[in-house]
Design a protein around this ligand. Sequence first.
Ligand SMILES: Cc1cn([C@H]2C[C@H](O)[C@@H](COP(=O)(O)OP(=O)(O)O[C@H]3O[C@H](C)C(=O)[C@H](O)[C@H]3O)O2)c(=O)[nH]c1=O
Length: 182
Amino acid sequence: MPFIPTPIPDLLVFEPTVWADERGYFFEAFNAHTFKAAGIDVQFVQDNQARSTFGVLRGLHYQLAPYAQGKLVRVLEGEVLDVVVDIRPESPAYGQSYSIRLSAANKKQLYVPRGFAHGYLVLSPTAEFFYKCDNYYAKAHEGGIHYNDPQLNIDWEIDLSQVILSEKDQVLPNFGEHRGTH
Ligand SMILES: Cc1cn([C@H]2C[C@H](O)[C@@H](COP(=O)(O)OP(=O)(O)O[C@H]3O[C@H](C)C(=O)[C@H](O)[C@H]3O)O2)c(=O)[nH]c1=O
């Protein structure tokens, strides 16, 4: 079964079947049938890709309804610490965070349903991050949570003095003040 549950309902790790041979390897990075067979009803409409250097932290971001985005995230080059926070008011895991190392080497993916704040920290010298979204970008509906919110107390695994943030991310509100939900 390629989907592995996490402690947070609906948040799933995806591990593709890798076909290795003397030439290298092949794997299906995404197949709609695989999601349908697992009972996951998602229609991705936008692919995003970002390149960053060590210590860059993007997030924690989300989009407000009706532009909340579900994401399927993976790393094409390098390694990141991927972090999500459940901001679904009805969730038993509301306010809980989950972290996982995603890398080109481990080929792991994370399926993040709508209703989560998402971010990642680059752990390798450079990283190429790729993700599918099930809703379009909507700048006016962007929200965010400060990566170092003491209530969330996320372990980013590096000395935070090394973290590189956008100006926008430096001033994101803490979890208790964030704008609404998905
Ligand atoms: C997200 C996005 C951005 N942009 C433009 C807007 C800016 O001119 C430029 C950089 O945007 P931003 O600084 O918001 O990029 P990230 O910090 O990587 O944002 C992402 O960070 C975390 C990890 C996420 O999960 C979200 O997908 C997204 O918020 O790309 C677009 O044109 N389309 C888009 O879908």
